[in-house]
Write a protein that binds this ligand. Structure first.
Ligand code: GCB
Length: 625
């Protein structure tokens, strides 16, 4: 505290000084980006330097390394003596430093902290991470960035004691340029990660999944030429089977130059010039393009080049649209045989983050004979969508606008929009992604309708080639216990009407499904984004005994025919592929902190319902062939 006090000049009182510090820090730090610039660093297609591995960490529930004793952030303080981001070690015995990364234990990155240390299973708060690394820039004039696949939920990022920025949102990528701060030896990258749930957050306080904290996805250093290819979209134009439309964007000092787009597989070479802002927009008519589909997930090598930079990436071409009550993939009606998936490796009991995790989950979906998955309830890691491209699995991608978001709060809306922007940016070239979902089970109100409409408009502005949906709710009618109605003002703004329903689990017993009639007036495709029942794998009994595999199996047997009675029925994603951790699920010896609605158990064993669903999908596939 002495240090702090000696900072005040004699003629200033503490209050005035504080005000001055705040104003000064706003001036100094105010311009700092709260989000990274909208560049695509394309880490899957560039040579990168991985910072994955062991990172030292300090658990800091009181945020001692962030706030001083007057609760002012050290990183807005001209003399940030106590900030952990300085990464200081005690240099002599009389020096007072009350933390040490060097002496702290390590966590594995990528990965959540909850599943790496028993004491952190329920932890919600701040943990500081630190990684030391050496880096030699390959060419003078090159630019270097640090890229995070995702950090849940807030990340304050510092390199060599300087703040790079703050990112909010737990499931989307971000990056910072570090060219001017980078040293050849001994760089210190410090990240303050805070996963406290917040009322105004996206998601908000209340969810039905584990709030895994940490640097949950890959961290990479990316080096690019001074002027480089910072973004491109190369996709079929809406409704077309042979017209590619897109753009290439350059970033750097030398923006106006020649670019080429090549697809050797169809002998296409296209040349264009970028404008002063670095952008070239084009449409290219092609012949003999093999279209991407679940039956034939054909990917072309596409090469994009400018004077100093070139990237090659595998891109599939397909069209997706709706016509009346049909979903048309490459112009042909399709039924979406799906399953919901959380981004979790049930066997490990932690966030899924790797190519192997993605393969395990999507292989299971394939075993069910799915041609489609709903990645719930937030954007999953990039391995999932890239593998879906390769395996031929259509994808619904969603942002965590879940249940009761703070609809009236502008910051919350901006946060949701930012997450959409970041995920559309990341996945705009993935053929597998056909649906952007705006929300899950959100209660209708004026404010909510406006919020969701604003998200849908924003998404269409970012990407007009994919479909928009949301998991809506269903309601009944007072005098008719067997009528179920889907009626929601937001349904007017979606391309596909999706709704969740739990008749036979939260609402009566499975036999109730046999009596249900539907009132869904929309002349649009209708899909059921969730149904399900909890079952503990290995627990057996009769089909009316809750938590048995037989109950869950019976529910599937009654639900699927009930849904098939909806005339516009064009797809379904039962809840859910695997049992998943949820702090809301507290029943001892059955749930024990797990939501048991998986058709696959925590240990990877398939439950009886798995096979009912697979048979249903086999039959549907035959009918729709
Ligand atoms: C829902 C939610 C999902 C829950 C599920 C359940 O409607 O969308 O996140 O986990 O129900 O198991 O109750």
């Amino acid at each position: 505290m002495m240090m702090w006090i000696t900072l005040y000049p004699n003629n200033l009182n503490e209050k005035r000084m504080k005000r001055l510090i705040i104003i000064a820090s706003i001036l100094i730090f105010g311009l700092q980006a709260f989000t990274s610039e909208p560049l695509d660093l394309n880490i899957f297609n560039r040579q990168v330097f991985s910072l994955n591995g062991k990172w030292n960490y300090i658990v800091d529930p009181y945020e001692t390394g962030y706030y001083d004793y007057r609760y002012l952030p050290f990183d807005r303080n001209p003399n940030p003596w106590g900030g952990f981001f300085l990464d200081r070690e005690q240099e002599n015995k009389s020096q007072l430093i009350e933390y040490s990364f060097d002496k702290s234990p390590t966590l594995w990155v990528p990965g959540d902290w909850n599943s790496q240390d028993d004491r952190l299973l329920y932890y919600e708060g701040t943990i500081w991470y630190r990684k030391k690394f050496d880096y030699l820039v390959q060419n003078p004039g090159n630019r270097v960035f640090v890229h995070f696949g995702a950090v849940n939920y807030e990340a304050d990022v510092y390199l060599n004691g300087k703040k790079l920025g703050k990112h909010i949102g737990g499931f989307t990528p971000f990056h910072y340029e570090i060219t001017s701060l980078l040293k050849e030896k001994d760089n210190s990258l410090v990240v303050k990660v805070d996963n406290k749930r917040k009322r105004e957050g996206v998601p908000t306080l209340n969810t039905d999944w584990w709030n895994y904290g940490g640097i949950t996805r890959d961290v990479t250093v990316v080096e690019v030429p001074g002027t480089f290819i910072s973004d491109y979209k190369i996709q079929l134009a809406k409704g077309s089977a042979n017209r590619i439309s897109g753009y290439v964007q350059l970033d750097g000092p030398d923006r106006a130059q020649k670019i080429t787009v090549e697809i050797p597989g169809i002998k296409l070479k296209y040349e264009a010039g970028t404008d002063e802002s670095g952008k070239a927009v084009f449409t290219i008519d092609t012949k003999n393009l093999k279209l991407w589909s679940p039956e034939s997930p054909y990917l072309y090598g596409v090469k994009i080049a400018c004077t100093a930079d070139a990237v090659t990436e595998k891109i599939g071409f397909r069209s997706i649209e709706t016509k009346d009550t049909d979903i048309l993939l490459n112009g042909k009606p399709v039924f979406l045989r799906g399953i919901c998936i959380h981004e979790e490796n049930a066997l490990r009991g932690g966030r899924a983050y790797s190519a192997e995790d993605a393969r395990m989950l999507l292989n299971w979906a394939k075993e069910l004979n799915c041609n489609y998955v709903r990645l719930a309830h937030y954007p999953h890691n990039e391995y999932m969508v890239r593998l879906a491209d390769e395996m031929g699995i259509l994808v619904w991608e969603e942002i965590p606008v879940y249940w009761t978001i703070l609809w009236e709060n502008e910051e919350t809306l901006n946060n949701a929009k930012q997450q959409l922007t970041e995920i559309v940016q990341r996945d705009r070239n993935r053929a597998s992604i056909i649906i952007w979902s705006m929300a899950n089970e959100t209660p209708v109100s004026e404010a909510r309708n406006k919020f969701l409409k604003s998200l849908a408009d924003h998404t269409r502005m970012l990407d007009n080639t994919r479909l928009i949906s949301a998991a809506l709710e269903v309601h009944g009618e007072k005098d008719n216990p067997n009528l179920r109605i889907v009626e929601d003002p937001f349904a007017e703004h979606v391309d596909i009407v999706n709704f969740n329903q739990y008749i036979g689990w939260y609402d009566g017993l499975p036999e109730k499904c046999d009596r249900i009639e539907w009132r869904i007036k929309y002349n649009k495709p209708v899909m059921i984004s969730e149904f399900g029942a909890g079952a503990l794998q290995g627990l057996h009994g009769d089909s009316l005994t809750r938590w048995t595999e037989e109950y869950q199996e019976n529910l599937y047997k009654h639900t699927l025919p009930m849904l098939a009675r909806i005339p516009q029925f064009r797809g379904v994603t039962p809840w859910i592929l695997c049992d998943f951790r949820s702090p809301k699920r507290l029943l001892p010896n059955i749930q024990d902190g797990w939501n048991r609605k998986g058709v696959i158990a925590q240990n990877g064993t398939k439950k009886k319902a798995f096979f009912v669903l697979k048979n249903f999908y086999d039959e549907i596939e035959r009918k729709w062939r």
